[in-house]
Design a protein around this ligand. Structure first.
Ligand code: SAH
Length: 319
């Protein structure tokens, strides 16, 4: 992470709030873009346009809210966002162009604002994600995962995370693993996927992230969920890992997945499973070209909105 300069210090606590009003079809792509750009506190809001009289309301718009720190990177970040908006309107000429509004915020309580959008959510048949500050009474044999996301990604509300949880649930609960289940969660964020694995029965889980803020938050969530005896966290590149795993889950981006493909495959034991997510459908063919080949083979895929998630298996006769 870049260190703060003296110039940044004067702007401590100052943020540029970004509000992108957009047709619903583009909000996930926009959230993804601003997150990758380095924005914090990214959340989506639905803005229903009021109907008048008996007439149905006009098509609803949604907004993506995000905060960029006032530092040396701000100008470049805002101009890349503007170019991205332009390219989106060229790619989707039939949709209204997203509108950008900005506001300077000093010492805001923005860190708290997104909390009102994070409610207990059933993400799969038996998994419920519950914010630590909300109440929820589990039903039947629900696996409840408590999350305080802070500034890390991973509340279960995003399709890419939700599909990983569904794939993990199916895989762990229906497959008989011949040996103790040793899981690697690559890009753990809040730790949500690693914690889910432990609660579903994995013997050992390693959560990895390159962002120190994420590993700190993941550790807190591991403790909150009382799975610290089986789940550990490390802040490093996966290329430095020594162990091998019979289940790896990586919710990243198509670009990162392709970059890490070789390492992911070599960390996977023969007969092991790899779940990859964070893939926008327009990158599907790129991912397929890299991942649908020996020693990996496709087991199943999930899709939601424009997001895709793949479950792959490493052939048993492979090193
Ligand atoms: N697993 C969570 C969070 C996914 S967000 C979920 O499914 O919701 C992706 C995370 O990957 C971010 O926390 C980011 O810091 C991390 N990341 C990005 N590049 C990485 C890399 N090369 N190795 C490990 N983690 C990485």
């Amino acid at each position: 992470m870049a260190s703060r300069t003296a110039k940044d210090a004067g702007n401590k606590g100052k943020w540029l709030k970004i509000v992108l009003s957009s047709p619903p079809e583009l909000v996930d792509a926009l959230s993804n873009f601003v997150t990758e750009l380095g924005a914090e506190g990214v959340y989506q809001e639905e803005n229903k346009i009021q109907s008048s009289g008996d007439f149905p309301g006009a098509a609803s718009k949604e907004s993506v809210n995000a905060y960029l720190p006032f530092d040396v990177r701000l100008e470049t970040r805002v101009s890349s966002l503007k170019s991205y908006l332009e390219s989106l309107s060229q790619i989707f000429p039939e949709l209204d162009a997203p509108e950008l509004a900005t506001e300077i915020i000093t010492d805001p309580d923005w860190g708290e604002q997104w909390k009102k959008y994070f409610k207990p959510l059933r993400v799969s048949r038996g998994i419920v994600i519950k914010p630590t500050w909300e109440r929820y009474t589990p039903q039947g044999r629900d696996t409840v995962i408590e999350i305080d996301p802070g500034m890390a990604f991973g509340t279960g509300q995003h399709a890419s995370t939700r599909m990983c949880l569904e794939a993990l649930e199916t895989l762990i609960l229906t497959h008989r693993f011949p040996e103790p289940l040793n899981v690697l969660d690559v890009g753990t964020g809040t730790g949500i996927l690693g914690i889910a694995c432990a609660k579903l029965g994995a013997e050992r889980v390693l959560c990895v992230d390159i962002d120190p803020k994420a590993t700190e938050i993941a550790m807190e969530n591991i403790i909150i969920n009382s799975v610290g005896d089986r789940v550990s966290v490390t802040q490093e590149e996966i290329s430095t890992l020594k162990d091998t795993y019979n289940l790896i889950v990586a919710n990243l981006t198509a670009k990162l997945l392709i970059k890490l493909k070789k390492t992911l495959t070599s960390l996977l034991r023969p007969g092991g499973y790899l779940i990859i997510s964070g893939i926008i459908d327009q990158n599907q063919s790129d991912i397929e070209a890299h991942f649908f080949r020996e020693p990996l083979k496709l087991l199943s895929s999930l899709s939601e909105k424009e997001w895709v998630c793949y479950v792959l298996k490493k052939e048993t006769n492979q090193p």
